[in-house]
Design a protein around this ligand. Sequence first.
Ligand SMILES: NC(=O)C1=CN([C@@H]2O[C@H](COP(=O)(O)OP(=O)(O)OC[C@H]3O[C@@H](n4cnc5c(N)ncnc54)[C@H](O)[C@@H]3O)[C@@H](O)[C@H]2O)C=CC1
Ligand code: BAL
Length: 480
Amino acid sequence: MTTTEKHDLLIDGEFIPATSGERFVTLNPATEEPITEVAAADKEDIDRAVESAHEAYPKWRSTAPEERGRLLTALAARIREETDYLAELETRDNGKPISQARSDVEGCARYFEYYAGIADKIHGDSIPLTDKYVDYTVREPLGVTGQIIPWNFPVNLVGRTIAPALAAGNVAVAKPAEQTPLSALKIGEFALEVGIPPGVLNVVPGFGATAGASLAGHPDVNAISFTGSVVTGRQVAKLGADNVTPVHLELGGKSPNVVFPDADLDHALDETITAIFATNAGQVCSAGSRLLVHESIHSEFVDRLATRASELTVGPGLEDPDVGPLVSSDQHRKVREYVEIGREEVGDPIVGGKTPDHDGYFVEPTIFDDVDNSDRIAQEEIFGPVLSVIEFSDEREAFELANDVDYGLVAGIFTSDVGRAHRFAHEMEAGQVYINEWFAGGVETPFGGYKQSGFGREKGLEAIESYTQVKNVCARIELE
Ligand SMILES: NC(=O)C1=CN([C@@H]2O[C@H](COP(=O)(O)OP(=O)(O)OC[C@H]3O[C@@H](n4cnc5c(N)ncnc54)[C@H](O)[C@@H]3O)[C@@H](O)[C@H]2O)C=CC1
Ligand code: BAL
C-alpha cells in the first residue's frame, strides 16, 4: 500500500490543502510509525466546505430520489470492490484486526445500499380533517448536515451517518477523527468517481477544537451528528444550541452483560469475549464492559472466562489477532490509568493488566473480579479491553445493578427464561437490549442512547427521521 494517496481536504469536488497549510501526522498504532501527513482543516476551511455544500444543496435536493438511490448504490458497489484496500487502510490507521476492518467496510457498503433503497420511499401522510380540508405532510431534507466522526469505527460510521443524510436529499460535511482520517477521504474520492456531484459530500479532517467546533457552531449547518465522548458531546450540543441546530448525540456506554445460570453458558462465554475483548479491543461504545454474573455460577464462569481471555492473541492488526493495539497513545495512557485505578479499588486483575514490552499501543485483555458497582471501573467508560465483574444473587438485584449507571446505551442478558428476558427488556433504561447475543442487530435496527448515552437515533428508518423535517400542508377546499 502506498502513502501517496490524496490526503488533502475534499471540498467542492477537489482535494485541496488547508488554507493555513497545516498538516498533521497519522500513525500506525501497531508500530507507532507515521503513515502519512494529512491536511488539517481550520475554521476557514470549514466555512469553504459548508459554502460548497450549500451551493450543491438545491440541485441534490431536487435530484429525483431514485437517481440519488442509484448513485448511492454505485458508491456501495465501489466500496465493495475496494474492500481489501479499504480494510488494510483502516487497519493501518486504526489498528484493528484486519478481519474486523473488512467487516466494517462491508457494513459501510451495506449502509449505502440500505439507504439507497429508501431514497424513493420517503413520504408524508394525509390527515383526515373535515371534508372542508385537504391536509397532508411532506418529509423534507434539512439542508447542510455535519458529521463529526470518532476513531473507533471510522469507515463504518461514514456509512452510518452519511448514507441516510444523502439519501434524504441533504448534503454533508464530514469531519473524521484526527487519529483516523484516511478511510473517510477515500470514500469521498469514490463518491466523486461514481458521479455524486461536487459539494454533496465534503470531507474535512482536522482537530476537534478547531475543525470540529467550527462545524458544530456553523450558522449555516442545519443538523449535526456527533459520535464520541460525553464531554465533547455536551460541547457540541451547546454549539448547536447557539444556532438552534438539531444535534444527534451518540455517546458512550458502560453496558451491563447479565448472565443467569439458566443460560447456555458456553454461548454466553463466547459472546462475553466478543462483547469486551475481541471487538476493536473493547473500544466500542456498546461494549459489554460490566459483567453481572449470578452467584451460583460466578466462580466457574469467571474461571473459564479468565482462561479464554488469557488465550486471546494480541498483536498487529494486519496479522489478524483477536485483539489489536489501541488507537493512540492517549487512549493507551487512559486505559492503563484505569487498570491502575482498578488495582487500587479491587486489587490485581485475575488476568491481564500488563502492557507488552514493545512498540505499539497494546493492552492485554484484563479482568477485575469482585468489583463493586459503585467503583470507578464499574461506572466510567474505559474504552479498552478491561472487564469489571460484579456478582448478583437474584433477578431484582441484577436488574437494579444493570440500570445503576449514568449511561444507557445497551443492556444484554443471557438466559433461557423467555419471561425473564422480556422483563429485562421492559425494565432496562437503554436504547438497545440484546437477548442471548451481544452486538445483535444490523443496519436496519435503530441505535442510540438513553440517559448520558445521548439522544436521537441512527440506523434503520429512524435515521431518516433524524435527517428530515416534517411540513404540514392544510388546504381549505370548501368555502362556506
Ligand atoms: N461513543 C463512541 O463511539 C466513542 C466514545 N469515545 C469516548 O471518548 C473518549 C475520548 O476519546 P476522544 O477521541 O477524545 O473523543 P472526542 O469525543 O473528543 O472525539 C470524537 C470526535 O469529536 C471531535 N471533537 C473533539 N472535540 C471537539 C469539539 N470541541 N467540537 C467538535 N468536535 C470535537 C474529534 O475531533 C473527533 O472527531 C474515549 O476514551 C471514549 O471513552 C471516543 C470515541 C468514540
Ligand atoms: N492513526 C492512529 C494513531 C494516531 O495517529 O494518533
